[in-house]
Design a protein around this ligand. Structure first.
Ligand code: PLP
Length: 673
């Protein structure tokens, strides 16, 4: 099956969702076309539909090893989890009531693995509150390898009413020791109900549910080549059950609502492939493919650490972090190379927070906030993995290219690089010919990286300066100087070297402007007279000497703007929808497409849109070229990037600086191709 559905795309985010198997698409079409009937109808059309339902359920029972247990169709795992939690809590509530009357003790804990999907912990809290069961939620810690702490489970088990432990983790692939959990529950407590979220296990781990003491096991179709909106729930024979939805009595009254027949038919096709087909690879094949990917990653990124031991993880999942690289940098680069990976779970992809799963494993912040997950499906082919390895190695090579490079526009050997992390923005002024650089307001998190950048170019670091007297700024300067092998202490106020009058950076001179209180501003003057000021705030009007451009570390995303334009700093950048780009470019023959992705990204996948090649001017080098772009204020500029975020910032910076024709392509390059 092709994973290159989108031009040249290698989809390596199978734990988030998978493409739909062609046989599943065909089955869904059949269920919507020739066999569109309602399976509850007794006429021939209904009977034809009912056959799909019965066949799929029979297959599911065999694949899951459901024995005498029930298998019902749901909209997905989240619904399966709700149903299981609701069923268990209703039963627990009843036991507790009867137990109280009889003087029995009943468990009062709802125990869930600390690395469970949020659907589990949130459902427990929600239904516990809604039903008024008044039980206590208790996270079960995991060890450094992500496995449940069975010693702690043994302590909790006597008080446990319901235990929820996933079969395999969606972020790390870590496989739970279900036998160990079952043993612990058997040996250490009265009979707690047990739910095992099996979403990531289907198709990757053997399942024989009726042979276990698992009470509830939810599954999701879209994680294994079926479409979104279909799932299954296994319920052990004899386990309590309360329907989540009541109505027409479908699914033997267990889940009312006309069935999602297209989804069920598609799931049936996947289960058929799993049962009898040849598309799914063996465990050994998948592990070998995973190992090849891991080897390519290790070659590409020497500072890599894997966040879960492969021997205890799904053979299809790798989770890693690279020292000195934010996960966003890696994701941007991989995306440019056509490798679709993620920073963790898809549900939390929009949030910048570090992974709670990795935090629960006790990993340091740089590993939990810098994590990247790479996951493939069991139908992946060897050619697909080979191509992914080639691209991963190429990404590694591209990252090794020096970031302090000559200007991408003029080729001049001097430049100005913006360095940003965690909401703080700093600047590196450098001259490659003269072999000198100065850092201003380096963000603390980037100190080792900035030192490496300077050292890669053999630059003498003439000063590490600050624009404000805050503690974090001082710590960052000390960290950078230490990383550079210099004395940690500021040599003078805010890092200014002794009583130097000015610092020469090749043909340009950096001067100190009179400070206001605890603040300091610096002015970079060049032979052509265009001065650039670095200030801790955005108040350019107070500068004792005028500057053409202000570079600052606060507000306005840290983007540079023209002095005197602070008042115009409000407002949004002009937006260009992807559908309108072709017409816009046709109407404006002189328009310049500017790709503001960083250079390794542009090298991994150059941007050509509607017959035009974009000029690569990384956002981190925009300030240096702002005046040049402003020189032709009538020429339309269309900024583009991966998702539309960075291009919006660039267009806004140009607008603020007075360019009337600066546009951002909304949604990013992917939507315009
Ligand atoms: N559990 C796990 C482990 C998952 O990975 C997911 C999907 O993200 C879910 C539950 C929720 O599944 P669904 O999208 O089918 O509701």
């Amino acid at each position: 099956m092709s994973h290159l559905s989108h031009a040249d795309e290698l989809y390596l985010d199978a734990n988030a969702t998978s493409p739909v198997l062609p046989a599943a698409i065909a089955a869904a079409l059949d269920a919507m076309g020739g066999r569109f009937g309602n399976p509850s109808s007794s006429h021939a059309a209904g009977l034809r539909a009912k056959q799909i339902l019965d066949d799929t359920r029979a297959r599911a029972r065999r694949v899951l090893g459901a024995g005498p247990g029930r298998v019902l169709f749901t909209s997905g795992a989240t619904e399966g989890i709700q149903t299981a939690v609701l069923s268990a809590l209703c039963a627990i509530r009843e036991h507790r009531l009867i137990g109280k009357m009889r003087g029995d003790t009943c468990g009062d804990l709802l125990v869930y693995g600390a690395t469970e999907h949020k659907a589990v912990s949130e459902s427990l809290a929600h239904w516990n509150r809604l039903l008024g069961t008044g039980l206590t939620l208790q996270a079960l810690p995991v060890d450094a390898d992500g496995r449940h702490r069975l010693d702690i489970l043994a302590e909790l088990a006597p008080r446990a009413a319901l235990v929820c432990t996933m079969a395999a983790n969606n972020e790390t692939g870590v496989i739970s020791d279900l036998d160990g959990i079952a043993r612990t529950l058997r040996e250490h407590g009265p009979r707690a109900y047990w739910m095992v979220d099996c979403v990531q296990a289907l198709g990757k781990l053997p399942l024989d549910l009726a042979a276990t003491r698992i009470d509830y096991a939810p599954f999701s179709g879209h994680k294994l080549y079926a479409p979104k909106g279909i799932g299954m729930l296994y319920v052990r024979d004899g386990a309590p059950y309360t329907p989540l939805m009541i109505g027409g009595g479908q699914e033997a009254g267990q889940r009312s609502g006309t069935e999602n027949m297209a989804g069920i038919a598609a799931l049936g096709a996947v289960l058929a492939e799993l049962e009898q087909g040849t598309a799914f690879r063996s465990h050994a094949d998948m592990a070998a493919m995973r190992d090849r990917l891991a080897a390519a990653l290790t070659d590409a990124f020497p500072g890599i650490v894997f966040n879960a031991p492969p021997a205890q993880a799904l053979p299809t999942t790798l989770n890693f972090a690279v020292a000195g690289l934010a996960s966003k940098d890696l994701l941007d680069l991989f995306d440019a190379a056509g490798l679709r990976v993620s920073a963790g779970s898809a549900c939390s992809a929009a949030k910048a927070a570090p992974s709670y799963v990795l935090a629960a494993m006790g990993l340091p912040l740089w590993r939990s906030s810098g994590a990247v997950r790479l996951s493939f499906g069991p139908t992946a082919g060897d050619d697909f993995i080979d191509e992914a390895c080639v691209r991963i190695r190429r990404c590694g090579q591209l990252l090794r290219a020096p970031l302090l490079a000559p200007s991408p526009v003029s080729g001049a050997a001097h430049g100005l690089l913006q360095v940003s992390a965690e909401g703080r923005h700093g600047w590196i002024v450098f001259d490659l010919d003269a072999g000198v650089g100065v850092a201003i307001d380096p963000p603390l998190a980037l100190a080792p990286r900035i030192a490496a950048l300077m050292q890669a170019r053999g630059l003498r670091v003439a000063a590490v300066l600050g624009t404000g007297a805050d503690a974090e700024g001082a710590a960052a300067r000390a960290a950078l100087r230490t990383a550079l092998g210099q004395a940690a202490a500021d040599p003078g106020p805010l890092g200014w070297p002794g009583d130097a009058a000015a610092i020469a950076i090749g043909g340009r001179v950096l001067a100190r402007l009179a400070s206001s209180g605890t603040r300091m501003a610096y002015l970079l003057e060049s032979a052509d007279g265009g001065g650039i000021a670095f200030t801790g705030d955005t108040d350019g009007d107070n500068l004792p000497r005028p500057a053409a451009l202000l570079c600052h570390g606060v507000d306005l995303d840290g983007q540079a703007f023209r002095a005197g334009d602070v008042a115009a700093a409000e407002g949004a950048a002009a937006q260009l929808a992807p559908a309108d780009l072709a017409a816009f470019l046709q109407a404006h023959a002189d328009a310049l497409l500017v790709d503001v992705r960083e250079q390794p990204e542009a090298d991994a996948g150059a941007c050509h849109l509607h017959g035009r090649s974009a000029l690569n001017l990384p956002l981190s080098r925009l300030a240096e070229h702002l005046l040049h772009l402003l020189a032709t204020p009538e020429r339309p500029l269309v900024f583009v990037c991966r998702s539309g975020n960075r291009s919006a910032r660039a267009a806004l910076a140009l607008r603020r600086a007075g360019h009337a024709q600066a546009w951002t392509l909304t949604g990013g390059i992917a939507l315009a191709q």
